[in-house]
Design a binder for this molecule. Structure first.
Ligand code: NAD
Length: 476
């Protein structure tokens, strides 16, 4: 299988050179991916620039039909594409299928948004004048995406971009060209004019700057790591280019003495270890009050040890491998750092399985404090640390003691503490008695502080980024 670039409505003939390897079984090569050149990126930008006015002039019905068709096909093929996703990225088959279904629902939601293009009409403060406030497309939008949600994240950027009348260039992460290729292949058969959606596969450090620095690209939506995001923000700022960044997390889950132990353990097990902990919203700091600490830790360790780690496509598997050798090494090195800083590491061994892959056991680090590196830096693996605190006030202070602010959770049966936490947790998303990860597709997604920059993604709030507001005055 060749994962090719799609530019100006054509799949480019290419010498596909980069092997796409299954992290559950490195002898399983999914195919080979193209490496776009600077010239390819230049052509993609030119194609999007030409197509943008055509797409902006389409009717809501035309846009609805395209997005609805894409959503229907994703939903109809969720088993097959979920399998591809799990083979390529390593999350379990159930998680892979769930992600494809979510991408389908996102397209369906934004198909509906095509029919709900909103505006305001206000009376002027001056006599005889009416004021119309409408939204216009931004134009050409560059979409740069990470590997950990290889279909859902491209979907939640492409769908609103198209719904609001923009042309796009998708630059997916190097590790997951197969999912991007599959998604764009579906879009290529929906009746979209050539050039409205372009796929450019290749190295981010080379292609990313071309996309960002080109004056024909009006806006950049990025999801990925903090260092890359910071560089993109600086480059866009220098060019006064609209930018939206979703980056890392160090998400706290507070467990109070009055929590339902079963609810808390379930939420933390899911939040910390599902999807191999490779979620920006993963619960990586478990902030636990004294009265429940020992019971909670004992119960969580028992459940953690029982998790079945294995090949992503094995139906018995509950946790798949790390995405690649680099990520696995990073996870294991953070366990060494945590131990050297005085934490007690439980689990976290490198595991051998029938097929050679990047397997490790989930890990819990107990006896940590908020200042340790394990509690300050994103690991992005199946690793959670426990911070013991005296009471709710101390828990809230520790939860907020981070440069990140994506998601924060609390497990409690106290309405008072839940209400206070929702108001005072410094995070874009707050969960009560639920894992920090796992969100709906029709409501805004994003963080505060160092986790996000710019306006929110998803739901009706996505319009803020993918449109520009126009205020028109008319004297009748
Ligand atoms: P990454 O920053 O390494 O790469 C993300 C994308 O940026 C890739 O497509 C990559 O090719 C591209 N890129 C790399 N260098 C670039 C450059 N100089 N200019 C422009 N683009 C460049 O991140 P990753 O390892 O793919 O993803 C993991 C990170 O993503 C984690 O930090 C995770 O928290 C974050 N993430 C955040 C969210 C969120 O919504 N907040 C969601 C998922 C993942």
């Amino acid at each position: 299988m060749e994962f090719r670039n799609y530019i100006g409505g054509e799949w480019l003939e290419t010498t596909a050179i980069t092997a796409n390897v299954n992290p559950s079984d490195i002898s399983d090569v999914l195919g080979h991916a193209a490496q776009a050149t600077d010239e390819d990126m230049d052509r993609a930008i030119a194609a999007a620039r030409d197509a943008a006015p055509l797409w902006a002039a389409t009717t809501p019905q035309q846009r609805f039909d395209v997005l609805d068709a894409a959503g229907s096909e994703l939903l109809a093929r969720k088993e097959e594409l979920g399998r591809l996703l799990s083979r390529e990225e390593g999350k379990t088959l159930a998680e892979g299928i769930g992600e494809v279904a979510r991408a389908g629902q996102i397209f369906k939601f934004f198909a509906g948004e095509c029919l709900r293009q909103r505006g305001d009409h206000l009376a002027s403060v001056r006599p005889g004048i009416g004021v119309d406030v409408t939204r216009a497309p931004v134009g050409v939008v560059g979409l740069i995406t990470p590997w950990n949600f290889p279909i859902a994240i491209p979907a939640w950027k492409i769908a609103p971009a198209l719904a609001h009348g923009n042309a796009v260039i998708l630059k997916p992460a190097e590790l997951v060209p197969g999912c991007a290729h599959a998604l764009v292949e579906i879009l290529s058969r929906t009746g979209l004019p050539a050039g409205v959606v372009n796929l450019v596969i290749g190295r981010g450090s080379e292609l990313g700057p071309r996309l960002i620095e080109d004056a024909r690209v009006n806006a950049i939506s990025f999801t990925g790591s903090v260092p890359t995001g910071r560089g993109i923000a600086a480059a866009c700022g220098a060019r006064l280019k609209k930018v939206q960044l979703e980056m890392g997390g160090k998400n706290p889950m507070v467990v109070l003495d009055d929590a339902d132990l079963g609810v808390a353990v379930k939420a933390c097990l899911n939040g910390a270890f599902y999807s191999t902990g490779q979620r920006c919203t993963a619960s990586s700091r478990l902030v636990v009050t004294e009265g429940i600490h020992d019971r909670f830790v004992a119960a969580l360790i028992e459940r953690m040890h029982a998790l079945k780690v294995g090949h992503a496509l094995d139906p018995e598997t509950q946790m798949g491998p790390a995405v690649d050798a680099r990520q696995l090494d990073q996870n294991l090195s953070y366990l060494d750092i945590a131990a050297a800083d005085g934490g007690e590491v439980i689990g976290g061994e490198r595991l051998g399985r029938a097929t050679e892959g990047f397997y490790m056991a989930p890990a819990l680090v107990t006896g940590t404090d908020a200042a340790m590196r394990i509690n300050r830096e994103e690991v992005f693996g199946p690793v959670a640390s426990v911070i013991r605190v005296k009471d709710y006030d101390a828990a809230l202070a520790v939860a907020n003691d981070t440069e990140f602010g994506l998601s924060a959770g609390i497990c409690t049966t106290s309405l008072k503490h839940a209400t206070h936490f929702k108001a005072h947790a410094q995070a874009g998303m707050v969960m009560v008695n639920l894992p920090t990860a796992g969100v709906d597709y029709h409501v805004p997604f994003g963080g505060t502080k160092g986790s996000s920059f710019g306006s929110r993604e998803q739901g009706t709030y996505a319009a803020e980024f993918y449109t520009t507001v126009k205020t028109a005055y008319t004297l009748a």
